[in-house]
Design a protein around this ligand. Structure first.
Ligand code: PLP
Length: 377
């Protein structure tokens, strides 16, 4: 059985008429850049998160960058974050002229280890960005406590955590702001690029609204140098349709995670995802860990099972950040995990038969010694 990593077509097929009608409405009203469909989605998304405000922007990277700019992050500043994330988290820091300061991750949740943050703070630290990786929140309470003591804002990178919860509260609403991406493959995905910032802080919301629109609150009167980071009307209309189905889709992801865990419980040499007791994980990615990852990935591919790696190189070892002078061994947990991560197919429309086929193929592959595998292929 062939199993794709992701199947957006299967996700959109039952919603197709509704999505087509939503796009047609935007065309009928020519509301393409910002406008009423963006405002409507912002209100709906804020309500879904349980936040007072949402500001629609061009993508998740813009959401992070404009939030940091609005918080006053400037050249020479430092922002603490995880090395185990998509590069956009660090790029947003760098595009403020600031320096990302990495702190190693917790080996069970793969998110920022709260115990290690304090030692990384300096007089130049301006913010902390926990990344809710794979759909699970970082352990926010100790991070928020430390941030309060040191008078630092916490910006949540919730780009993989739409609808996830930390102690009953939705991801993105615990820090001063939560940044979301609606890249097509995310749990809530647009038909192109889009993102949003959610916040309860009205002043921060106003600043981000101005920054996303060339520094203008009133047309052609520019109070600061901003950027073009508006959300498209078509993306907002599509997102409004898809938001109504997000909770059900996340519930199905969680059900598949339970099925995977049951099939794989007895598979030796495999580390399964661990859902911390304070979390409601939404499984944007279902990442297991295997010591001989690259061989397993290749073998699964031969069997028609499409897997991924999120992410093969931690940020401190990326060429783009070589100038920071980091070396292997500085963040050992992130490094070990990057060598072992293997993301299994995960999307709401997976069938029980597909989950079972993936699990069976994985068990067969993990259990086979390298010499035997070499002969078999
Ligand atoms: C996707 C993602 C981003 C960036 O979002 P874009 O919409 O692609 O700009 C940032 N951080 C994390 C953790 C992501 O997964």
């Amino acid at each position: 059985m062939r199993v794709p990593f992701l199947d957006l077509h299967a996700h959109h097929a039952p919603l197709r008429a509704e999505l087509d009608a939503a796009i047609a409405q935007v065309i009928d009203r020519s509301a393409f850049a910002g406008g009423p469909f963006v405002a409507a989605f912002e209100a709906e998304f804020a309500a879904h998160c349980g936040a007072r405000h949402a500001v629609g922007v061009g993508n998740g990277t813009d959401a992070l960058w404009l939030t940091l700019l609005a918080l006053g992050v400037r050249p020479g500043d430092e922002v603490v974050t995880s090395p185990n994330t998509f590069i956009a988290t660090a790029e947003a820091i760098s595009f403020c002229g600031a320096t990302p300061v990495f702190v190693d991750i917790d080996e069970t949740t793969y998110t920022l280890d709260p115990k290690l943050i304090e030692a990384a703070l300096t007089p130049r630290t301006r913010a902390i960005i926990p990344v809710h990786l794979f759909g699970q929140c970082a352990d926010l309470d100790p991070i928020l406590d430390l941030a309060r003591r040191r008078n630092l804002p916490v910006v949540e990178d919730a780009c993989q955590a739409h609808g996830a919860e930390y102690k009953g509260r939705r991801a993105g609403t615990l820090g001063v702001a939560g940044c979301f991406s609606f890249y097509p493959g995310k749990n809530l995905g647009a038909f192109g690029e889009a993102g949003a910032v959610v916040t309860n802080d009205e002043a921060l919301k106003n600043k981000i609204q101005v920054l996303r629109d060339h520094g203008q609150a009133k047309k052609y009167y520019h109070s600061c140098i901003g950027w073009n980071a508006r959300m498209d009307g078509i993306q907002a209309a599509v997102l409004s349709v898809k938001l109504k189905h997000l909770d059900a889709a996340n519930a199905r992801r969680r059900a598949h995670a339970t099925e995977y865990a049951a099939f794989l419980a007895d598979c030796e040499g495999l580390v399964l995802p661990i859902e911390a007791d304070y979390n409601r994980h939404v499984y944007h990615i279902y990442a297991v860990r295997v010591p001989n990852r690259d061989r397993v990935l290749a073998a699964l591919s031969e069997l028609g099972i499409a897997c991924g790696i999120h992410y093969p190189v931690p940020l401190h070892l990326q060429e783009a950040y070589r100038f920071l002078g980091h070396t292997r061994g500085m963040f050992p947990v992130a490094e070990r995990c990057a060598d072992e991560f293997l993301s299994l197919p995960m999307y709401p429309e997976l069938t029980a038969a597909q989950v079972e086929a993936v699990a069976a193929a994985l068990k067969q592959t993990v259990g086979v010694a390298p010499e035997v595998y070499a002969r078999a292929v």
